[in-house]
Design a protein around this ligand. Structure first.
Ligand SMILES: [Zn+2]
Length: 402
């Protein structure tokens, strides 16, 4: 006889049976019977702050689910047509018409005009007008260095351009309409340049098929981005992936961000240039090739001069690139400890040094990786799309991906 049968062991009606079963479980201190009772019981046990946190997480999940649906709807609406991608660099603005396979079918390029936001917006509108005259365009994507808000319309802060809370999307759409008397494409989108480049490598380059990808762009500084299961990880406020400003040397070289010892002070084009200039200034015979590469002026040694000299086999330049590679490996090991991706894709101008840079990076990575020897190791590979990555990624994202 069970505890929910009648006193004589006779069967009870179903409703009464269930009620007695619940009472018995409550008496034994087990979970309440119905889902609603379980939720009520769980909520009454949560302290107030935890409840607020849970509500916030639920709200974010709903927002993300909504965003996913919106993206799918946009993708269906925009389709696989041609998109314009624009990459705003510190010195050049590159634009291209990109097809659904990531191929650039037309290009335009200008010098970055000034630091004035309006002049840059005018230039973008000019490029959009020029490219859309010859092609049917479905959307426009703009990649810019700096913090881009989660709605991907406003540049919150840009280090190279004087943009502070600049509503770039609206401004460009307005200027295009003024210029052409119509809008171009169904949608304009603004994305952080490192995110755009990572997306391009994920879709069409060295990161294809990798479900957990981290991309590191080595330019004058270090840009970073993550793609997880087909989505860019932008963080809560849209500014995740600023790996270049992880502190690797407390009290080290001063960074433009105001801190000292940031990773990008040791593993970027700027740091290559700084080390190269130091060597060239000393007028040592070891600095001769660097000095020659910079036209005899030690102050004109830039990262590019060092990587070029290293590729011709100059021993001093090779040493500087190898040092940079080791710093790169140290930072990648830190990122692997935190993020555990399957592949690191290394892009940007400095990656032109190829295995001269990536060889020492892989060695240092293996030497410093936490749990080394007892865990699978991520691959470190060179990016495949070169300087096109930013504009190809921005164009593809504007179609509703990512
Ligand atoms: Zn910094």
């Amino acid at each position: 006889m069970s505890e929910v049968d009648g006193p004589g062991g006779e069967a009870l009606p179903a409703g009464e049976r269930a009620r007695r079963a619940r009472a018995a479980r409550r008496a034994r201190g087990e979970a309440a019977a119905t889902p609603a009772e379980r939720r009520r019981a769980a909520r009454s046990r949560e302290p107030l702050f935890a409840r607020a946190e849970v509500d916030e997480v639920r709200r974010l999940r709903r927002l993300q689910a909504g965003e996913r649906l919106r993206l799918q709807a946009r993708r269906a609406m925009i389709g696989d047509g041609l998109a314009i991608g624009i990459d705003i660099g510190g010195t050049k603005v590159a634009a291209g018409v990109v097809d659904a396979q990531g191929r650039v079918v037309a290009r335009a390029r200008r010098d970055t005009p000034t630091r004035s936001p309006q002049a840059v917006e005018d230039l973008i509108a000019e490029l959009v007008a020029e490219l859309s005259a010859r092609h049917e365009i479905v959307s426009v994507g703009i990649g810019a260095a700096g913090f881009v808000d989660v709605t991907r319309s406003t540049v919150v802060f840009s280090p190279h351009l004087a943009w502070r809370d600049e509503p770039l999307r609206e401004a460009v759409e307005l200027r295009v309409r003024e210029r052409l008397g119509r809008r171009v494409g169904r949608r304009t989108l603004v994305e952080n340049d490192a995110n755009a480049a990572a997306w391009a490598e994920y879709r069409f380059g060295a990161g294809r098929g990798e479900p957990r990808l981290v991309c590191i762009t080595l330019g004058t500084g270090i840009g970073g981005a993550m793609v997880t299961e087909g989505r860019l990880q932008r963080g809560r406020h849209g500014i995740a992936g600023e790996f270049g400003h992880m502190v690797v040397v407390p009290g080290g070289h001063r960074c433009e961000c105001g801190n000292r010892g940031c990773w990008e002070q040791y593993a970027s084009g700027n740091s290559l240039g700084r080390d190269g200039r130091e060597l060239a200034r000393g007028r040592s015979p070891f600095g001769h090739a660097l000095l020659a590469g910079a036209g005899g002026d030690p102050e004109a040694v830039r990262g590019q001069v060092v990587t070029d000299a290293a590729r011709t086999g100059d021993p001093a330049a090779v040493e500087i690139v190898q040092d940079t590679g080791r710093w790169l490996g140290t930072g990648i090991a830190n990122l692997a400890a935190a993020l555990d991706p399957g592949t690191f894709v290394i892009g940007g101008g400095v990656s032109d040094a190829g295995d001269l840079l990536l060889g020492p990076a892989r060695e240092e990575f293996r030497r410093t990786l936490t749990g080394r020897g007892y865990r699978p190791e991520a691959e470190i590979v060179r990016a495949q799309l070169g300087p096109d990555a930013g504009l190809v990624g921005a164009a593809d994202l504007s179609r509703g991906w990512g």
